[in-house]
Structures are given as C-alpha cells and as structure tokens.
Design a protein around this ligand. Structure first.
Ligand SMILES: Cc1cc2nc3c(=O)[nH]c(=O)nc-3n(C[C@H](O)[C@H](O)[C@H](O)COP(=O)(O)O)c2cc1C
Length: 224
C-alpha cells in the first residue's frame, strides 16, 4: 500500500476538522504514519525540557479489551486499531533524567558547563518548592496533555481520527498494564479512522468569554 507521508490536511483545517471520534473502522493505521504521529508528539515543549510523557501503545485485541474493561466499557477502545495509554512519569524530575536531558543538549551542541550546572542545582530546587503546581500529578498532566494535543492535530493532518478519554479507572489500568506508582495516567487516546455515529461539532465559547484583559475577569476586546 502506498502511504502519502506528507500531511495532507493543513494545520488550520486539521484543528477545525478534528472531532472526538465515537466509533472506529477496523482499518489499520500504516506503521509509518503511527510512527510520525508519535515522533511529532514528542516535539511538544516541556519545563526544563524534562519530557515526562510516556505512551503505552496498545494494539492487541486482547489488551484493548482488557483496557476497555477498565474504561467503563467505552466502545472506541476495542474498535480503534491503536489505543495509547498516555502517562506522565514523575521520575522525570529526578537527577537521572536531568542528566539525560543534559546529554541531549550536548548531542545538539547547545549545552554549556554553566547551564548543565544550573540544571543540576535549580531543577531539584524547583521541585522541592514547586511554586507553580500543588501536586506532581498536576505537573505530569500539564506536560503529557500538551503532547497529546500535538498528537491529535498531527493525526488529523494525516487523516487519522482520535478519541481522548478520561473515562477510565486509573487504579485498574495501572494494575492491568504494570504501570509503576510514580507514573500517572493522564488520558487514553484511541487512534484510527472514524465511522458512524460521527460526533457533531458542539461549539466553543467565544474569545471574549475565555480571555481577559490584564486581570482575571476584565473584559478582553481584540484591538481594532
Ligand atoms: C481530557 C479529555 C477527556 C475526555 N474523555 C472522554 C471520554 O472518556 N469519553 C468520551 O466519549 N469522550 C471524551 N472526551 C471527548 C469530549 O467529550 C470532546 O472532546 C468534547 O465533547 C468536544 O468535542 P470535540 O472534541 O469533538 O470537539 C474527552 C476529551 C478530553 C479532552
């Protein structure tokens, strides 16, 4: 089968056309496209470039059925050819990962000894105080969901539909897929080709309902 590797739906159209699929055909996603979706998702930004996202790629029917049983029996899971268990690993904040990020920067030729030393001292300090989040789970979710958002848009640009899900029982998924305690499950993401019943566009709040000017609650107007 010939696979067109160039995305054929442009960015703005991919954003506009993406809908959370409710049902999937059994058609497989070409492996090169799946790989591209996963690689581009990992281009998402992260604090200190720590990249805490981790994805379990579930393709076997048996495992999809096991996952569906932990997810209120949502039909998308056993129908979609691929379901990702999208996780965030709290251990990304530990020194072993900080060292890996320093090595990555070295490989790119952008790491200086002073920045490496800044990372070794200031990142642990940041996680001791964590002024911008209350729990490590908030931190892992903050990052992983960005990668998931990239993934849904990239997938759509290749004509691949997606279904993000928070309807699952975390403790059951952790047990069934041997997910360590330090790893949070942020969502499930089914990927494939949507079929009926298609989900209709539910609308979005307008910019002036969700944006404020300068302080919270102050009306925002686009400068004319
Ligand atoms: C984090 C997250 C969790 C969601 N969980 C579920 C879910 O468990 N089951 C489901 O059918 N849809 C789920 N959805 C899909 C939403 O219902 C859907 O995105 C929303 O209604 C807007 O529709 P649209 O994405 O098609 O524009 C979820 C979406 C997000 C972003």
């Amino acid at each position: 089968m010939f696979v067109e590797m160039h995305p054929y739906i442009g960015l703005i159209e991919a954003i506009k056309q993406r809908r959370a699929a409710r049902a999937f055909k059994s058609d497989r996603i070409p492996e090169v496209i799946l790989q591209e979706i996963l690689e581009l998702a990992a281009q998402a930004p992260s604090g200190f470039n720590l990249q805490p996202w981790r994805f379990i790629v579930v393709k076997s029917q048996q495992n999809k059925e096991k996952l569906q049983a932990c997810a209120f029996n949502q039909r998308q899971i056993s129908e979609a050819p691929v379901v990702l268990i999208c996780c965030g690993d709290r251990r990304a904040a530990e020194m072993a990962n900080i060292t890996s990020v320093i090595h990555l920067g070295d490989d790119q030729g952008i790491m200086t000894p002073s920045y490496a030393s800044y990372m070794r001292s200031s990142i642990p300090e940041f996680f001791r105080n964590h002024p911008s989040f209350d729990t490590m789970e908030a931190w892992t979710n903050r990052h992983t969901m960005l990668a998931v958002a990239y993934m849904m848009i990239v997938a759509k640009s290749f004509g691949v539909d997606s279904s993000p899900m928070e309807g699952f029982v975390s403790t059951q998924v952790k047990q069934a897929f041997q997910i360590p305690d330090e790893v949070d499950i942020c969502c499930l993401l089914a990927l494939g080709y949507a079929t009926e019943p298609f989900k209709s566009y539910g609308g979005r709040f307008s910019t002036n309902q969700v944006c404020f000017s300068e302080t919270y609650g102050e009306p925002f107007e686009v400068d004319g």
